[in-house]
Design a protein around this ligand. Structure first.
Ligand code: SF4
Ligand code: SF4
Length: 442
């Protein structure tokens, strides 16, 4: 009978982690729906990017207030995980504060967790005020209505509740540790700089009632952490995990360097080569011609799909986008959110159809992202520069434009004119080839 809590804890832990693993598998399957791209080169630069940007938060601090608050929450989240490990061991084996054998080190750890927990609460409340009271503009763009807005707030409430439970648990523990003559297995362990301030609320309370409060806070805290873990998949907070691979696999080329379509490059090279024989290697008659550009998520590469899952919806990209700032319909954040939503829709379609995608008559282009948005982009790369986790909304925009131009001949008239001029005159202007450099004499 005394093992019942341990067994119950093991079951809850198994279910919590099992459900998370199931969703992670789905996530990986969805990301792999993308086209292959090799991002294994230059591993030292990639590790450096990851260390500086994901671990070191170097791009976050470009906006110092949000950056500083984010670092508090981030450090709190990472360090408090040591305490979660202790809770798991205690839960499984019925021990109490198993790491307390570390003595002074343990005191230091618990003390620092408590201070961090308090700072996290302060940071989270400030975040909430910035979002909901001060109403910082980038959090109130059209794409931030409904679930994205609620999701951002839910996680803030979640963190306040988790940190409060942690401090309440410690305060009750502190009280029981100092009961004259001792109480149960609550021996003196840990340093409680914050929760000892809360502990006097238990003065005069029956010790068994304080024990119940400590146990309730302990259970709710660990169950809350498991719920939080499983909530991540459905939330923009997946970036907590994906920021690391995302920064590792980010594009290392200079911003202005676009990738060429290999099939087109080869064809152009052949046209330029006077010795090439276009019939030397006859094309495979059964080969399916490669699609130019992207109209749906399966046409994007897997890094672009990883980007979509990593997007934190912070809106830094949109708040720097000249197209958005001048009132155009384009929002790079929305491009990422739409890509994720469509990818999720495709994933659910695959799940519902026994592992195969069945055409649903929809696509990322038109059903989620309109040509108007795509053509509003100036390809300035401001969104890429701003993104704190190295996402490139521009690469998705360019792929979809490629599809519009090369598969649908649906470029705006001005662009068609310009491309015709380049083809005929070797310059964007409607002058003869002979006159195309006249401008330099002006
Ligand atoms: S590259 Fe396009 S989407 Fe990105 S900031 Fe510039 S105009 Fe906006
Ligand atoms: S793409 Fe980057 S900058 Fe834009 S909302 Fe997502 S995380 Fe923020």
């Amino acid at each position: 009978m005394s093992f019942l809590p341990n067994i119950l804890f093991a079951i809850i832990l198994f279910l919590g982690i099992g459900f998370f693993v199931k969703n992670v598998k789905k996530l990986i399957r969805n990301i792999k729906l993308g086209q292959d791209i090799d991002r294994t080169d230059n591993s030292s630069a990639r590790w450096k990017n990851m260390a500086m940007i994901a671990l070191g938060q170097s791009k976050m601090v470009k906006r110092p207030v949000a950056g500083f608050l984010h670092i508090l929450v981030y450090v709190g989240f990472v360090i408090i995980n040591i305490e979660v490990l202790e809770i798991i061991i205690d839960g499984l084996f019925g021990t109490h504060r198993v790491f307390s054998v570390l003595g002074g080190v343990y005191n230091f750890l618990i003390g620092s967790f408590e201070i961090l927990a308090l700072l996290v609460v302060v940071a989270v409340v400030t975040f909430w005020i910035r979002r909901n009271i001060i109403k910082i503009q980038r959090f109130w763009k059209p794409e931030m209505k409904g679930w994205p807005k609620n999701d951002a707030n839910y996680i803030l409430y979640f963190e306040v509740v988790l940190m409060s439970l942690f401090l309440l648990m410690n305060a009750a523990d502190f009280h029981l540790q100092h009961v004259a003559g001792g109480f149960g297995h609550y021996h003196e362990a840990g340093s409680f700089p914050v929760s000892q301030i809360i502990a006097p609320i238990f003065d005069g309370m029956d010790n068994s009632a304080v024990f119940m409060i400590e146990r309730a806070a302990w259970w709710l805290h660990i169950c809350g952490i498991l719920v939080f873990l499983n909530y991540l998949y459905y939330s923009k907070h997946l970036h907590i995990l994906l920021a690391f691979p995302n920064t590792y696999f980010a594009n290392l080329n200079p911003y202005g360097q676009f990738d060429n379509l290999e099939s087109v490059t080869n064809e152009v090279k052949m046209m330029m080569d006077p010795n090439a024989d276009p019939f030397a290697a006859p094309a495979d008659p059964d080969a399916v011609p490669a699609k130019f550009g992207a109209s749906d998520v399966q046409d994007l590469n897997w890094v672009q799909l990883l980007n979509a899952y990593t997007c934190t919806e912070c809106g830094r990209c949109t708040s720097s986008c000249p197209a958005n700032l001048t009132g155009k319909k384009l929002s790079p954040r929305k491009i990422m959110m739409d890509t994720r939503d469509r990818l999720e829709e495709v994933g659910k379609n695959i799940d519902a159809n026994g592992g195969k995608f069945v055409d649903d008559g929809k696509s990322l282009l038109n059903d989620y992202i309109t040509p108007e948005e795509l053509w509003a982009c100036t390809t300035c790369n401001a969104c890429v520069e701003e993104c704190p986790v190295n996402i490139s909304p521009l690469s998705i925009i360019v792929e979809m434009r490629r599809y519009l131009v090369m598969e649908q001949s649906a470029a705006p008239m001005e662009l068609n004119n310009m491309m015709t001029n380049i083809e005929n005159n070797g310059a964007p202007w409607p002058y003869s080839q002979m006159d195309r450099l006249n401008w330099k004499n002006e």
